[in-house]
Design a protein around this ligand. Structure first.
Ligand SMILES: [Zn+2]
Length: 1109
């Protein structure tokens, strides 16, 4: 008001005084002038000239002068004014602040702090402005903490904070600056050494509700300091955890209206650091911290509902539950009703993180990591020097292993392998071949393996085991009642196969989702492309063929229903599951609730294979050779025991059970679920009921190993329909899983299979995968659980479709050894099959199971003579699958391959005329039968044994190589080898190949390129062609190196689904896998045409409509 027209020249004049002083230095007279000038400027900044003054202060020269002044002046008043003006400049904009940093303000200021802090009495106003400026500059000076240490200011500021604890105004900036200093590791350590922890706790007790801002700055400094582990250890040792919990309790009591959620969150952040070490965890548990935090955690709306659903009290003797749960609501996403909902959920999340960190590690509820049954290795020739080799390493896919050294095999009895070439011996004079071989022998004396001498591998000729029918029989259902599934006792069936009927008239029973536009389009294209190749509906199915029972290491209690009633894929695409993010947090909190309220848990053992094995009736013929081994606490079973005929559940009983009506009183008995896994491919070891609808499940490790828990397959009955049963598989090993990316487990209902032909279906909601507090085992000496080996929980919730049903739950579509045998027997009985297929036993596995070798080609001259090559001119393709038993998807692809190759389609005929296919559909039958995931009975990953497989330990690999070696010896090196696998992390179907030189690029990439175009599930972009050292002993690399097979591949197929192409966003089903097999064969045909460019044009026209884009 007094200066209505403040002139910019006036401000400029004042600034000139400052600038001049910066240039010339300060004498006493100058100091006075400059002091007055700065004081005037400050006054103007506080009045209505503010804007104008600020605009002038923005000049670079001005700020530089002020920084210089800060460095040079000793005068307290001037010093204060200068800092004050600089605070204004730094606050005015980010760029001004950056400029001040560039002009050296931080350094000048730190020196100023160091100098003035020694002045007594303390210059409080100067101190305040210095630290306010430091806070501003820190936003642009990343190295402020380091510079502070170099200027010796860190402890100076700490001392100031100690002195000024009663000064509310000064405390806030000092605590903030200390927090900035504490971001540097050394600063943080030195602050603690000089007593910062005690200081902060004094602040805690002085401030609090009275001055929330100061209290909060102290909290933030505390959290920052504790971020350094050593500091947290020190604090925890001094009882900080208890004090922080008290603090948390205090604020929680105070915070009924959720106004201080941020404060509580800050306290929790400190506690999180404190429980990062053993002493912190211990004191948290000692102070009942888990209950305290759990009480907060369950305040989230979602959790409240979940607890209501799951933790209702029950009488322990019988589990009668009033049906109050509305099952429609169970999967609904809950709405947050509290306005602070998000912040509280966040708080709950931190609570649950702390609890999970602190919960004591628990050993798995099993007596030993080894399964209850093992394979008796002494049955293998113990004098064999190979057995002395170290063959027991457990290899994971990702681990690097040095390749084993190649030991050449000697060549004798090469003729024994000739029997595997019926296509040659049928039409060729044996002598010609032998002559050819003797030539070869001179050159490559060591290449062809010798036939093993052990009696195990008596090589039979063609397989003819189509003996009496006993086990695998298709279901026959008439007028709503079932016939016996044992065909010996079954009266004449009318031949009306309910499964076939369903497949012809599908639509009325399908769920509504099927009729969506998208599904309809996809269904059409899928069924069209499958109709040519599918043998599924051939009349042959009505006949019943029974393979001999598979030989297992363990005793099988039954045949699983899917092996009896077979599988029909649904006629619609199953979408990938869309996980709800918040569910995982809720489910983990439910796990925590167990520790807090153990009294609410049932903890009843529903299934225990270890106990069953112990008590199995020795009178049982199949078990006469079982010996309980007290030292190992396991049962020892000699391999190759002839098994008694397997028992099956009589379906009449099953069905009549299913027909039982529930009582109508409104109460439902919730009985305990019954489990069974002593069937082919089954591997459940233990089931424990923890809550009425919740079960913990433990999987068997692979036979001979303590690892590889991934595959699962088991039977459930005694369920009540439409209730959400939660299953937790608690001993998963891998750190990540496709179950977090839309994959669902599979459910098979025997009731549905019998009544409407439904097969395996993807099922399960609320699917999560997370680290749990179970560990593999206690360390031997202390008996305490070791921290390093945490297991993971796979959890999913299933509503069973019927009460009293017999259901099966599996990791992926099971495909048992018996399924393969049944399929091959069916195929063998096809009319005219002998002209295209021969089935032989390649060898016997160490578990005593015959390993199939199929030869598919046009044996008898086809009608169309002109197009057929003479057999001698045909090229060879060798295919194998299921070396890893858990990878059942590879068997479904192989089924598609076989069905396509023997079909009447034009392309299949062309393929048979051009090629001879040698197929080993199941390289590891023992692992498949016994429900292993990755290993042979020796606990060894066989796909790491291809370089030099021992004939007694790995007879299937040995003989497969022998067949290929003989081909090479005959000058018929296979044009293609492919081993089919399953992949647990990636989506789609894809290939691995070997390219080490540019010349191979086109050759190796041709087939994957073709498949990318023609096979909907296949994705070239997932393919990889590098030869890693860790893969040297795999089939793909070993056969490429040793036999020079350029096109030697691994075909990987996702357990989950596709993220590209026609099936994008959907899970892969058996129909897609079988289709993939067919497309793979078509790809070979196109590849062979492309190898001869003149024929290429014929193919492309015909295949145009099959391209996927
Ligand atoms: Zn594999």
């Amino acid at each position: 008001m007094s200066n209505p027209k403040p002139s910019s020249s006036r401000v400029s004049g004042l600034l000139q005084v400052i600038e001049r002083s910066a240039g010339t230095g300060l004498d006493d007279k100058n100091v006075e002038n400059v002091s007055q000038a700065t004081a005037k400027i400050l006054r103007m900044l506080g009045q209505q000239e503010k804007t104008l003054t600020e605009s002038i202060l923005r000049k670079s020269k001005v700020s530089q002068s002020l920084v210089t002044l800060l460095m040079t002046t000793q005068d307290v008043a001037l010093h204060l004014n200068t800092v004050h003006i600089l605070v204004h400049i730094a606050s005015s904009s980010n760029s001004k602040c950056t400029r001040l940093v560039r002009q050296g303000a931080p350094h000048a200021l730190l020196r100023s702090v160091a100098a003035t802090s020694r002045v007594r009495p303390l210059l409080e106003e100067l101190c305040l402005h210095q630290h306010l400026l430091l806070i501003k500059l820190a936003t642009k000076e990343k190295k402020l903490a380091l510079k502070a240490r170099l200027c010796g200011v860190v402890t100076v500021t700490l001392d100031l904070a100690k002195q000024c604890i009663n000064n509310i105004d000064l405390s806030s900036p000092l605590l903030q600056v200390l927090k900035i200093y504490a971001t540097n590791h050394s600063n943080s350590l030195s602050l603690v050494k000089n007593g910062v922890l005690n200081l902060i706790e004094r602040y805690f007790s002085m401030y609090g509700k009275q001055n929330i801002a100061v209290f909060r700055y102290a909290l933030e400094l505390y959290t920052q300091v504790l971020a350094i582990r050593a500091n947290a250890v020190k604090a925890a040792a001094n009882g900080a955890t208890r004090r922080m919990l008290d603090l948390f309790n205090y604020w929680t009591d105070l915070d009924k209206l959720h106004k201080f959620v941020h404060i509580r969150k800050s306290i929790l952040n400190s506690i999180k650091h404190l429980v990062g070490n053993e002493s912190g965890r211990k004191s948290l548990i000692k102070c009942d911290g888990i209950s305290i935090l759990y009480a907060t955690a369950k305040q989230s709306d979602e959790m409240k509902q979940e607890i209501q659903r799951n933790c209702s009290t029950h009488t322990s003797s019988d589990f009668k539950l009033r049906v109050t749960v509305n099952t429609q609501d169970i999967y609904k996403k809950t709405d947050t009703t509290n306005p602070n909902g998000k912040a509280i959920d966040n708080l709950a999340l931190t609570c649950s993180q702390i609890i999970r960190k602190s919960m004591p590690k628990v050993c798995l509820p099993i007596p030993s990591l080894h399964g209850p049954v093992y394979f008796d290795e002494s049955s293998l020739d113990p004098t064999d020097p190979y057995l002395l080799q170290e063959y027991k390493e457990d290899g994971y896919e990702d681990e690097d292993e040095a390749p084993a050294e190649e030991v050449p095999l000697t060549l004798t009895n090469v003729e024994d392998f000739l029997k595997f070439f019926p296509e040659l011996t049928d039409y060729q004079n044996n002598k010609v071949i032998l002559d050819q071989l003797s030539e070869y022998r001179k050159e490559f004396i060591t290449l062809v393996p010798q036939t093993p001498s052990n009696s195990q591998n008596e090589l039979s000729d063609e397989r003819s085991d189509t003996g009496p029918i006993s086990v695998i029989v298709k279901p026959v259902l008439q007028n709503g009642s079932s016939q016996s599934i044992r065909s010996q006792s079954s009266p004449k069936s009318s031949g009306s196969d309910p499964l076939r009927k369903i497949s012809n008239s599908c639509d009325p029973n399908l769920p509504p989702s099927v009729t969506s536009k998208r599904s309809c389009r996809n269904v059409k294209s899928v069924t069209n492309s499958l109709s040519n190749m599918s043998l599924g509906d051939s009349p042959v199915l009505t006949a019943s063929y029974s393979p001999p029972p598979a030989k297992a290491v363990k005793h099988f209690a039954k045949v699983a229903a899917p092996d009896m009633y077979s599988h029909r894929p649904p006629h619609y695409l199953e979408q990938l599951y869309d996980p709800i993010q918040s569910v995982q947090r809720t489910l983990m909190l439910l796990d925590i609730a167990r520790a807090v309220h153990p009294e609410t848990l049932i903890n009843r053992i529903a299934y225990d294979q270890d106990e069953l094995v112990k008590t199995e009736e020795p009178s049982n013929h199949a078990l006469s050779n079982i010996k309980w081994d007290p030292a190992l606490r396991r049962c020892k079973i000699l391999p190759s025991i002839p098994q008694t005929r397997l028992n099956a559940d009589p379906p009449l009983d099953v069905l009549s059970q299913h027909m039982n009506e529930e009582n109508s009183t409104g109460t439902v008995n919730i009985p305990i679920l019954q489990f069974e896994s002593r069937h082919e491919c089954g591997n459940l070891r233990k089931a424990i009921q923890v809550r009425i609808f919740e079960y913990d499940l433990v999987l068997n490790s692979d036979i001979g190993s303590t690892r590889h828990h991934q595959w699962f397959y088991f039977e459930v009955h005694n369920m009540v329909a439409d209730f959400p049963y939660r299953f937790n598989i608690i001993n998963c090993e891998k750190s990540c899983s496709s179950f977090t990316q839309g994959m669902q487990p599979l459910l098979y209902s025997a009731h549905d299979a019998l009544t409407n032909g439904t097969g395996w279906q993807r099922c399960g909601k609320r699917i999560c995968y997370y680290k749990n507090n179970f560990v593999r085992k206690a360390t031997e000496d202390t008996g305490r659980a070791s921290a390093a080996q945490n297991m993971h929980t796979l959890t999913f919730t299933i509503c069973f479709p019927h009460s009293h049903d017999t259901c099966y739950i599996a990791y992926h579509y099971p495909y048992s050894y018996s399924s393969l045998q049944a399929h091959l027997l069916e195929v063998q009985h096809l009319h005219g099959i002998s002209s295209v297929l021969r089935r032989q036993t390649l060898c016997t596995s160490i578990g005593g199971n015959p390993v199939d070798l199929l030869t598919i080609t046009q044996f008898s001259p086809s009608h169309n003579k002109s197009s057929a090559n003479s057999i001698n001119d045909r090229e060879y393709v060798v295919l194998s699958a299921r070396v890893h038993p858990g990878e059942s998807n590879s068997s479904w692809i192989m089924k598609g391959v076989i069905n396509f190759l023997i079909s009447d389609s034009e392309k299949a005929q062309q393929l048979r005329n051009k090629f001879v296919f040698k197929i080993i559909p199941m390289l590891n039958p023992d692992g498949v039968i016994n429900g292993s995931h990755r290993c042979s009975l020796l606990g060894v990953d066989m796909n790491r044994q291809w370089i030099n497989p021992h004939p007694n330990l790995y007879p299937t690999l040995y003989h497969t190589k022998g067949v290929i070696q003989l081909l090479v010896a005959l000058g018929k090196r296979p044009v293609l080898y492919c081993d089919f696998h399953g992949h647990s992390r990636k989506k789609n179907v894809f290939m691995y190949g070997n390219i080490t030189q540019p010349a191979d690029n086109a050759t190796v990439k041709l087939l994957p390129t073709i498949l990318d175009i023609h096979a909907p599930a296949f994705s070239f972009s997932n393919c990889c062609f590098t030869v890693e050292k860790s893969r040297e002993s795999t089939a793909r690399v070993a056969l490429w190196r040793q036999f020079g097979i350029t096109r030697s591949y691994t075909l990987e197929s996702s357990y989950c689904g596709a993220d590209q192409g026609l099936y994008k966003g959907c899970q892969l089903g058996t129909q897609h896998l079988e289709e993939m097999g067919a497309k793979f064969c078509e790809g070979i045909l196109i590849m062979s045409s492309a190898d001869q460019p003149c024929c290429l044009s014929d193919e492309t026209d015909e295949d145009e409509d099959r391209t996927k884009r």
